[in-house]
Ligand binder design. Structure first.
Ligand SMILES: Nc1ncnc2c1ncn2[C@@H]1O[C@H](COP(=O)(O)OP(=O)(O)O)[C@@H](O)[C@H]1O
Ligand SMILES: [Mg+2]
Length: 213
């Protein structure tokens, strides 16, 4: 079992214990509650360390290659749906950065899926790659329904699913968390009736040494 799987599997039992202690607090003596809280906080501390360790399984990954792979998959899925996906880059870029490639592909896939869901009659998705001195910038733009200022604020500040029947509301939150772990960030912009732009910033400060390329 990988550390990542272990972290994933421990998440819900730890949350369950936490809830249980909270629910039982009234029925237990104070020192019993304290003991239980102490025990759970020690487990949580170790869990945090484990989580940090699992997030260190990063690799120098070629972003262009990964994005193109996801786009090719999506184009096949969206055949007949009137959704066009284009990839553009400003210049020939050095795009090997230290990230978790499987998570990165999942993030791009989720963002494209959101864009597609925002265009029930079809439309155009453009993925644009550029860089600044310190960051690779990936913008995913669609001309879908967009978000009202109120919903945009909710999505930006606390996540959640809006105006969808079967949304989990976890896609963008998870993406944000991953980007933060990689030292980057994710921004959401949208105008109702015009479309949305999701921007990923990924630092390029950690270039691989020659042996790692
Ligand atoms: N490209 C987009 N266009 C319009 N709304 C979007 C777009 N991307 C995300 N949203 C809004 O943000 C919410 C959160 O997205 P996400 O975290 O992926 O959860 P989910 O897709 O499961 O609802 C969506 O429910 C939707 O209301
Ligand atoms: Mg989604």
């Amino acid at each position: 079992m990988t550390t990542q799987m272990l972290v994933h599997d421990l998440k819900s039992p730890i949350a369950a214990l936490d809830t249980l202690i909270f629910a039982l607090a009234d029925r237990l003596h104070d020192d019993e509650v304290n003991l239980a809280n102490l025990a759970i906080s020690r487990i949580k501390d170790k869990f945090k360390l484990l989580k940090q360790k699992s997030s260190e399984q990063k690799e120098y990954s070629n972003l262009i290659e990964l994005i193109k792979r996801v786009i090719n998959e999506k184009r096949i899925f969206y055949i007949g749906k009137n959704v066009e996906i284009n990839f553009k880059q400003s210049e020939t870029l050095f795009t090997k950065v230290l990230i978790e490639p499987i998570k990165f592909k999942r993030i791009i896939s989720d963002i494209i899926e959101n864009a597609k869901e925002a265009m029930p009659d079809g439309g155009h998705i453009v993925i644009h790659l550029s860089r600044t001195a310190d960051n690779i910038i990936i913008k995913v733009r669609d001309n879908g329904v967009g978000m009202s200022p109120q919903i945009l604020k909710l999505v930006q500040e606390k996540g959640g699913t809006y105006l969808k029947e079967n949304g989990s509301g976890k896609g963008l939150q998870h993406a944000k968390e991953c980007l933060r772990m990689w030292g980057g960030s994710l921004e959401i912009d949208s105008i109702l009736g015009i479309g949305s732009i999701i921007t990923l910033n990924i630092p390029i400060s950690n270039k691989p040494s020659l042996g790692q390329v």
